[in-house]
Design a protein. Structure first.
Length: 250
């Protein structure tokens, strides 16, 4: 009986050794491929490795690396520190378990053009600028999240379309989760163009905007001249910004 126990223990250790050391490229050949996801230049193992390129829905991430914490398995989840380089740069802790995906200490930076990709925006709109995302924590839920805490900053945002040029400058907002929906809250302190309010991203890419905008000396001329088209301002001089429907461009 003692030899059987030792034999089973040795077998378990050997299986763990195989899992730890198996090349990640070999594993990727075996597993079913998620639609729209491609990995190239794989090197290392499941526990510590890298990929030269990850393509998701036509958007590319360069130099993806990961380091899995083996102790996380004792808690019924897989947790790894993941980093990317290239046009999109970032680092954070990603975990996956029975409750789904969770994020912690995530920081990402990317040009807006990389995020938009080849998607056609309404009114022949072109946007440029840099996006910086900082998430203290977040977890998966329905339709999007169970919890979320973070900030987003868009630097030197320029919007050009058939109605004119809109150099909007720097904008920031607070990210949270509201009944499973992604919520962005912006105050007038977060921008120089007088915008304040909330935007909810619901399931099926439906967005609900409940905000306002007031005239400021820093607004682009084309924007200031268009405020009257939004309706009558309230007693404080704020014009309503309301929208409920499909997220434009999606």
């Amino acid at each position: 009986m003692r030899f059987l126990k030792y034999g089973l223990g040795a077998l378990v250790l050997y299986l763990v050794f195989l899992v730890v050391t198996v090349p990640v490229g070999l594993v990727w050949q075996w597993v079913p491929k998620p639609q729209g996801v491609q990995l190239q230049g794989l090197d290392g193992t499941l526990w510590s490795g890298r990929a030269d390129r990850l393509t998701v829905a036509g958007r590319r991430l360069e130099s993806l690396t990961w380091e899995v914490d083996p102790w996380s398995l004792l808690g019924g989840r897989v947790e790894a520190v993941v980093a990317v380089a290239g046009d999109v740069q970032g680092r954070g802790t990603v975990s996956y378990g029975l409750s789904g995906l969770a994020l912690q200490g995530v920081r990402l930076e990317s040009p807006i053009g990389t995020l938009v990709g080849n998607r056609r925006l309404p009114f022949r709109t072109k946007v440029t600028g840099e996006v910086q995302l900082n998430l203290a924590e977040g977890s998966q839920g329905q339709p999007w999240c169970d919890r979320l805490s973070g900030r987003i900053l868009v630097q030197q945002l320029d919007v050009n379309n058939q109605y004119g040029a809109f150099p909007l400058g720097n904008l920031a907002g607070t990210l949270s989760c509201s009944q499973g929906n992604l919520k962005l809250t912006m105050t007038e302190r977060d921008n120089r163009i007088g915008v304040a309010g909330t935007a909810l991203l619901k399931g099926n890419m439906e967005v609900q905007l409940d905000a306002s905008i007031r005239a400021t000396v820093d607004q682009p001329e084309a924007m200031a001249n268009s405020l009257d088209f939004l309706g009558q301002p309230d007693a404080s001089g704020a014009y309503p910004l309301r929208y409920s429907g499909r997220l434009p461009g999606f």
